[in-house]
Design a protein around this ligand. Structure first.
Ligand code: S3P
Length: 435
């Protein structure tokens, strides 16, 4: 073990606004009547991709001050400018939700993205939209560019094969433009922000379970009126602070105003099952979402077995959970996460590679890993991490570097700009304060 300094994190931190809710607030603003003010929008490149697509579509977007944006809506029936290269950057949510939003409106749109987004599966969103009569075409291999010829849609019943909030949301946004009700049937509960936000906007919507399957049914409204949105902290960004505090001896951290929507709490619940000391403060409602402070204290973790049914509620936190499992006492089994291969990088591989660099090579399983933790006595080792341009792998590596025996270097630290551009600076500030 080397003599690297050890840090304790204490006090209070704030995290960027929830990325998923941020995308949806801006998109709903664009199809509402009136001006939508979005407060607390993340400055990450992903939310910026949505804003810049809306601008290319002719939507007036007024960036008021950091985190505050006003979107001048075109209403449900107003026109958007046709665009031959609508650049969604690295953002799968931008591309898939825009596909749903645009396919029921007149115009021609071609959605493109960066190299990572161009590798990701898009047939999963094109197929259900075709079910509503939309004209959305992928390449032969089912990827972007996505060509959309917008026209009137018919409401109907859509069965989803993939556990994906992006696909479900795309169908809901398309359903807003259809000539009658749309019902979506699916198995796994994925994040439900679109449902909550539509409900908060007054759109008639029902959700529940029927014949053992989940459903969500929407009746298109005549008009959608602009609402203001205050975006709560992103639990997927809070996760990096939770992990940092759990790892660093003597830490006690309060993370303020985080979205604690149950469909996003899988990570916290898994950590509680691993013996973590985490508490929620008073839960209050904000724009249809529950919000609370999260208080986390350092302590040892024990290995555990993840129920594959819980995967959708912690899908973005799995690399971090695998990192924490690597320091836990005992073995951890994570399975059922095949979807991880479809993310910004193939996270089944990039996470395994990250852990191997840190000296804990996991055994690869179908949709997951078998991880034997080091336990509290032994430290992870440092090294150079390949991020594969993936923001969550880069952020994970920065957190790991707090407790490794030698420093962790990143081949591309800039990747963090996608969801959490200020993380490194805020971490440094915390470390200086605790030095
Ligand atoms: C998201 C849904 C999830 C998640 C992504 C954001 C959303 O993707 O991984 O980071 O905002 O709806 P899938 O819908 O592909 O599961």
């Amino acid at each position: 073990m080397s003599q690297r300094e050890r840090f304790a994190l204490s006090g209070t931190v704030e995290v960027p606004g929830d990325k998923s809710i941020g995308h949806r607030a801006c998109l709903l603003g664009a199809i509402s009547e009136g001006v939508t003010t979005v407060t607390g929008l993340s400055s990450g490149a992903d939310n910026e991709s949505t804003l810049s697509c809306l601008e290319q579509l002719g939507v007036d977007v007024d960036r008021r001050s950091p985190g505050v944006v006003r979107v001048n809506g075109h209403g449900l029936k107003g026109a958007f400018t046709s665009v031959s290269e609508l650049d969604c950057g690295n953002s799968g949510t931008t591309m898939r939700l825009l596909a749903g939003l645009l396919c029921g409106r007149p115009g021609r749109f071609c959605l493109v993205g960066d190299a990572s987004l161009t590798r990701r599966p898009m047939r999963r969103v094109a197929m259900p939209l075709l079910g509503l009569g939309a004209d959305v075409r992928t390449t032969e291999s089912g990827t972007a560019p996505l060509n959309i010829e917008g026209h009137a849609l018919r409401g109907g019943e859509v069965k989803l094969e993939t556990a994906s909030a992006q696909v479900k949301s795309a169908v809901l946004l398309a359903g807003l433009h259809a000539d009658g009700p749309t019902t979506i049937r699916f198995d796994a509960q994925t994040r439900d922000h679109t449902e909550r936000m539509l409900d908060y906007s007054g759109v008639p919507l029902r959700a529940g379970v029927e014949h053992g399957r989940r459903f969500c049914a929407l009746t298109p409204p005549e008009r959608l009126l602009a609402r203001d949105w205050v975006i709560p902290g992103d639990p997927s960004s809070a996760a990096f602070w939770i992990a940092a505090a759990l790892l660093c001896e003597g830490s006690e951290l309060r993370i303020r105003d985080v979205c604690v929507n149950p469909t996003r709490m899988g990570f916290v619940e898994a950590l509680l099952a691993m013996g973590a000391d985490i508490e929620l403060g008073l839960v209050r409602p904000s724009c249809g979402e529950p919000v609370a402070d999260i208080i986390v204290r350092h302590g040892p973790l024990r290995g555990f077995v993840l129920n594959p049914a819980d995967v959708p509620r912690l899908i973005d936190e799995l690399p971090l959970l695998a990192l924490l499992a690597s320091t836990a006492e005992g073995e951890t089994l994570i399975t059922g996460a095949q979807e991880l291969a479809m993310k910004e990088s193939d996270r089944l591989s990039s996470t395994a590679e990250l852990l191997s660099t840190l000296g804990v090579a996991p055994r690869r399983l179908e949709g997951g890993w078998h991880i034997i933790g080091t336990g509290a006595e032994q430290r992870l080792r440092g090294g150079t991490v390949r991020t594969h341009g993936d923001h969550r792998i880069a952020l994970c590596a920065l957190v790991a570097g707090l407790v490794t025996s030698t420093p962790v270097l990143l081949d591309d630290e800039d990747a963090i700009r996608i969801s959490y551009p200020t993380f490194r600076a805020e971490l440094n500030r915390q470390l200086r304060a605790s030095a």
